[in-house]
Design a protein around this ligand. Sequence first.
Ligand SMILES: *[C@@H]1O[C@H](CO)[C@@H](O)[C@H](O)[C@H]1NC(C)=O
Ligand SMILES: [Zn+2]
Length: 356
Amino acid sequence: MDHPVVNLLLSLMSIVSTSELEHDIGVFLETHLKSLNYTVERIPISPGSPRHNIYAYLGSARKTRILVTAHMDTVPPHIPPTIDRENQIIRGRGSSDDLGPLAAQIFAVEELRAASLIREGDVGLLFVVGEENGGHGMVAANEMWDQGRISWEAGIFAEPTESKLTKGHKGQLAFEVIARGVACHSGYPHLGKSAIDALLAVLGELKAVDWGRSELLGKSTFNIGRIEGGEKHNIVAAAAKALCEVRMVEDLPGVKEKVKEVVGRFKEEGVELEWVFEYPEALLEWQGIEGFDANEAAPVAFGTDIPRLRAEMCGRRVLYGPGSILVAHGPDEFIKVDELIESIGGYKKLVLHFLK
Ligand SMILES: *[C@@H]1O[C@H](CO)[C@@H](O)[C@H](O)[C@H]1NC(C)=O
Ligand SMILES: [Zn+2]
């Protein structure tokens, strides 16, 4: 409990930082990193936007060899931190996702710096907004390439992975299937056209598709997350729509083609397709990294910001962090202090691995 990383984490967690409301935590990090003598930039997510990422580096070398990155937004509701001394646990929102890992990253870089193991040009710290809500922060980080050809040899991404390296995670393709029909009295259905019937037919075919599998990430899955449509039992439905998702393991363009093909079969019946969002699967490094047991590495079932940063900006990538995703986003989110402190060493090993 006496380690200063706990104090930093408690300070971060006392600030409301739910997605869209990251301004104050960004300002806190900016001030904190400046006081440690980093050069700190605010990177707005769009020109003039008050929402911004924080990018910090030593001296004047914006372009660094290694990227160390975490997200500073949290999911609602804000749950202020509490200290459970008996169990040596910090409870509250962001403790594991993602402020604990973020605080450990700062300490790792600071300890490497104090030991003269890194110098100007080695490490850039990027803390992004919006990871929990569309990834606007990491998407905006891509602008750093257009503006200054900023890229890194390797990226160390922080999420609670129970202090294990991650082999990868699935990608996501969300889309809406929209059916338009013609309303009429349900006693004379031949006079109209049911949008719900058409929608059910498409959804049935989508459910039957084999979306692929890979050895590393397993099987792609399909989910119908929301359905809306119709008015009353005695009206043939004029409109219906469904919000769907494929959690895919490979070949995002191929998966999109399949969706288009299946929905396209129902064009005559008034069915249309709208893409909602997408990102490809992430394949990460997990073998041959000193200090980490490759047998413990596993894929994770949650998504991250990793696929949102374009590949040419950061070819080699690892995902690692203290804490468990199983408590993240829930009312009982917590992090064990021992694990938090140990992860500082974990991040140091990763930085040194990539600097070799
Ligand atoms: C702060 O950083 C600058 C640029 O790297 C360096 O010249 C200066 O000596 C540092 N100041 C302190 C107090 O460490
Ligand atoms: Zn997270």
